[in-house]
Design a protein around this ligand. Structure first.
Ligand SMILES: Cc1cc2nc3c(=O)[nH]c(=O)nc-3n(C[C@H](O)[C@H](O)[C@H](O)COP(=O)(O)O)c2cc1C
Length: 342
C-alpha cells in the first residue's frame, strides 16, 4: 500500500478522531499494528495556529513517518496556507477533511458540509494540491458518502478529486445526515473503488477481524480505516493483521501487556498535555480500556474523581494487578459485542 512515494507497512489505518488521536494515541496504535495514522484535524484559521490546542496538534516529535496532518476549513487560499504551514512543521502528507459532521466544523461549512457544495469542495482540493505538489507532498481526502440519503454524491466527487490530483481517498460509509447513527454501508465505497485508479480506503463500523475481512472482500478497498473500535483497544490493528494473514484469531492480549500499554500511554499523555490537563483528558482513554472488564464501570466512576497523575496511575495499577491475578489474559468481555452492550 502506497501513498505517493510512501510505502506503508500495512493497510490498516487509524481514523482521525479529534480529541482522541493525538500523538501519544497514534504512536500507541502504530506500535500495536496500525500501518498509518492521520492526525486530528488542524483548522485552516491562521489566528488559531498559535493556540495551545493547534500547536499541540502540529507537534510530531518522535512520530514514525509518514506524518499525515488533516486540515479543515472552507476557504481554498486558507486551506493552501494551512497545508504549507503544516508541511513546514513536519507534515509529509496532507489530508483534507470532508468527513467530519461535528457542528463546530459544519457551522463554518467545513468538514462533510463541503460535500454539499462540489464547486467549493473542488476549489479547495485544487488549491491544496497546488500548494503541496511543488513540495512533493501527496494530498489525500476523507469524505462521507454524501450530504443525505437523496444526495449521495461521493462517487462523482471522488472522480473529480482524483482528476484534481488527490493521491488517496478514504470513505466513511455514512451520509452527513446520519451522523454516527444506523450502520455504515460499504456499497458506495465498493462503487468508488471500482472506478478509481488511486488507492481507496473503506471506513465505518469495522470493529472485529471478521468484519475487516468482510469489508475488504466486499469493497476490494486498498486499505481499512478504524476509529471507534480502537478506543481502549489499540491492539485491534494487530488482531486484524493477524486474522487477515492467517485466518485465525489471536488469543486476547495478556492482562499485564494491556496494563503496560495503558501505563506507558498515560505517561506519554501527561508529557504532551501537562499533568493538570492530562489527568482529566486521560480519563476517557482509561474509561474505554476498562469499560467492559469485570468491575470496570465502578472503577471508571471512582477514577473520574481523581485529580492528580500519581493517584490516577496508582488506581490503574491496582485495577490491573487485581484483574491479572484472576485473568492472566484479558477476559473475552472486552470484545466489541460486549462493549456495545455495556
Ligand atoms: C470522537 C471522534 C472524532 C472524530 N474526529 C474526526 C476528525 O477530526 N476528522 C475526520 O475526518 N473524522 C473524524 N471522525 C470520524 C472518524 O474518522 C471515522 O470516520 C468515523 O468514526 C467512522 O469510523 P469508525 O466506525 O471506525 O469509528 C471522528 C470520529 C469520532 C468518533
Amino acid at each position: 500500500m502506497r501513498i505517493g512515494a510512501f510505502e506503508l507497512p500495512n493497510a490498516l489505518f487509524v481514523a482521525p478522531m479529534a480529541g482522541v488521536t493525538d500523538r501519544p494515541f497514534r504512536m500507541l496504535c502504530r506500535r500495536l499494528g496500525a500501518g498509518y495514522a492521520v492526525s486530528e484535524m488542524v483548522t485552516s484559521k491562521r489566528e488559531l495556529w498559535a493556540s495551545l490546542k493547534t500547536s499541540r496538534r502540529a507537534d510530531h516529535r518522535g512520530e514514525p513517518g509518514p506524518v499525515a496532518v488533516q486540515i479543515a476549513g472552507v476557504a481554498p487560499a486558507e486551506m493552501a496556507d494551512a497545508a504549507r504551514y503544516n508541511i513546514d512543521r513536519g507534515a509529509q502528507i496532507i489530508d483534507i477533511n470532508m468527513g467530519c459532521p461535528a457542528k463546530k466544523v459544519c457551522h463554518a461549512w467545513a468538514g462533510s458540509a463541503l460535500m454539499r457544495d462540489e464547486t467549493l469542495a473542488l476549489a479547495i482540493i485544487e488549491a491544496v494540491v497546488a500548494a503541496c505538489t511543488p513540495r512533493g507532498v501527496p494530498v489525500t481526502l476523507k469524505m462521507r458518502t454524501g450530504w443525505c440519503a437523496g444526495q449521495r454524491n461521493a462517487p462523482r466527487l471522488a472522480r473529480a478529486a482524483q482528476d484534481a490530483g488527490i493521491a488517496m481517498l478514504a470513505v466513511h460509509g455514512r451520509t452527513r445526515e446520519q451522523g454516527y447513527g444506523g450502520c455504515a454501508e460499504h456499497d458506495t465505497v465498493a462503487q468508488i473503488k471500482a472506478v478509481l485508479a488511486i488507492p481507496v480506503v473503506a471506513n465505518g463500523d469495522i470493529d472485529s477481524p471478521e468484519r475487516a475481512r468482510e469489508v475488504l472482500a466486499y469493497t476490494r478497498a486498498d486499505a481499512l480505516m478504524i476509529g471507534r473500535a480502537a478506543q481502549g483497544r489499540p491492539w485491534i490493528f494487530g488482531e486484524i493483521a493477524h486474522f487477515l494473514a492467517h485466518g485465525t484469531r489471536l488469543a486476547p492480549p495478556a492482562t499485564r501487556d494491556v496494563q503496560r500499554w495503558l501505563t506507558e500511554h498515560l505517561h506519554d499523555h501527561y508529557a504532551l498535555y501537562g499533568e493538570g490537563v492530562g489527568v482529566r483528558s486521560a480519563r476517557k482513554h482509561i474509561g474505554w480500556a476498562v469499560r467492559a472488564l469485570p468491575g470496570g464501570e465502578a472503577f471508571r466512576a471512582a477514577m473520574n474523581t481523581l485529580d492528580d497523575g500519581a493517584a490516577q496511575l496508582r488506581a490503574v495499577t491496582t485495577f490491573f494487578d487485581e484483574l491479572a491475578a484472576v485473568h492472566p489474559r484479558l477476559p473475552a468481555a472486552n470484545d466489541t459485542r460486549a462493549r456495545k452492550q455495556a
